[in-house]
Ligand binder design. Structure first.
Ligand code: ZN
Length: 82
């Protein structure tokens, strides 16, 4: 397996879709190829971060939004209504 093929299969591997010989070859590549091992780990971290970022899109506006910005947004909305 080449590094290019490895990257192509990462998603399937993480989704548990790689089976049998293909999975064995994939894991064999991880053990022999340090850059791909790092890539796989970073890929997992990025996926976890992305999931966290979109975990709750209906969240309230964070408390640290400056009041001036909220006032400016409200003022703009009022102007649009008039
Ligand atoms: Zn590799």
């Amino acid at each position: 397996m080449t590094c290019k093929e490895f990257v192509d299969f990462i998603r399937a591997y993480r989704d548990g879709e790689l089976a049998g010989e293909l999975r064995r070859v994939f894991e064999d590549h991880i053990n022999k190829c340090a850059p791909c091992k790092v890539y796989l780990r970073e890929y997992g971290e990025i996926v976890a971060l992305a999931k966290g970022a979109y975990a709750d899109p209906d969240d309230e506006v964070p408390a640290e939004v400056p009041p001036e910005i909220i006032k400016a947004v409200l003022a703009t909305l009022r102007r649009q209504k008039n």
